[in-house]
Design a protein around this ligand. Structure first.
Ligand code: NAP
Length: 275
């Protein structure tokens, strides 16, 4: 098996892409630590693993360095070290953002674009973004990726081996007009991936990113039918990606199949971005 007895920690493993990655890794023989903000969701993933006895659920907010430290202490104590980290935890919008207002504007723009009369409705996301929404977005994605990577490297450096996979997004490659804070966080993750990959290569630790396109998960469920149709029209393969297709990419990067990959991003996106 590709990950025989390796210890993997997947953040945000209680849902969507993270859950699919946990299942795929366990299928290939890994012992999987499933992190999430909600313990019951992490436990649900553990129950679904091919061998639930080899899984472990840990509740922690990755944006909180104290909680992250405690999580890694538990991993070290119970599993003896770490071979693979997947920084997957993420949010699409903050609690205080007007999701409904943005949907209305987005749909109005689509109709204006197809009518050929020019776009009159302006999104104005950036000028209305609160400090709190900006900070929380960067905290979950960028701080979370940093906090977990820092702790993982402390464990991996003892054995001079390991693989780290960071979930970025096509938002980092193209810019997502409805989510400047999300795009900035995902862009930061790409730059961090490249820098740390160069830094730790001499220790035999590989660091890569995945930049998915539109994937059918709870995160993308709130998109309206019109927004979903617009997303599809921009995706040459003409369908949404499935979490298991991102998990296959993560498995490739985590296993020895990806042994000459470091500092790279792979983008399962159905042709949405081809640059
Ligand atoms: P999802 O179904 O919403 O899953 C994300 C999981 O992360 C949720 O269980 C969430 O818990 C958890 N989480 C959020 N904040 C956390 C925190 N501070 N600490 C620990 N866990 C936290 O989303 P997904 O679509 O699978 O997304 C997974 C990753 O892929 C994200 O980084 C996302 O940005 C990225 N991505 C997704 C897409 C897509 O189209 N779906 C495309 C490109 C990139 P709660 O539910 O409690 O918040």
């Amino acid at each position: 098996m590709k990950l025989d007895d390796r210890v993997a920690l997947v953040t945000g493993g209680g849902s969507g892409i993270g859950r699919a990655i946990c299942l795929a890794f366990a299928e290939e023989g890994a012992r999987v630590v499933v992190n999430d903000t909600r313990l019951e969701e992490a436990e649900r993933t553990v129950k679904a693993l091919s061998d639930p006895a080899r899984g472990r659920a840990i509740q922690a907010d990755v944006a909180d360095s104290g909680q992250v430290k405690a999580m890694f202490t538990t991993v070290e104590r119970e599993l003896g070290g770490l071979d693979i980290l997947v920084n997957n935890a993420g949010i699409a919008v903050g609690a205080d953002e007007d999701r409904e207002g943005l949907r209305r504007k987005f749909e109005a723009r689509i109709m204006e674009a197809v009518s050929g009369q020019g776009i009159q409705t302006h999104l104005d996301v950036t000028e209305n973004l609160s400090d709190a929404a900006w900070r929380r977005m960067l905290a979950v994605h960028l701080d979370g990726t940093f906090f977990c990577t820092r702790e993982a490297l402390r464990l991996m450096s003892r054995r001079n081996r390991g693989a780290i996979i960071n979930l970025s997004s096509v938002a980092a490659l193209m810019g997502l007009e409805s989510a400047p804070h999300y795009s900035a966080a995902k862009g930061g993750i790409l730059a961090f991936t490249r820098a740390v990959a160069r830094e730790v290569a001499s220790r035999g630790i590989r660091v890569n990113a995945i930049a998915p396109g539109f994937i059918d998960t709870p995160m993308t469920q709130p998109m309206s039918p019109l927004m979903r149709a617009a997303a599809l029209s921009r995706t040459p393969l003409g369908r949404w990606g499935e979490p298991r297709e991102v998990a296959a990419t993560a498995l490739f990067l985590a296993s020895d199949d990806g042994s000459f990959f470091t500092g790279q991003w792979l983008s399962p996106n159905g042709g949405l971005f081809t640059g």
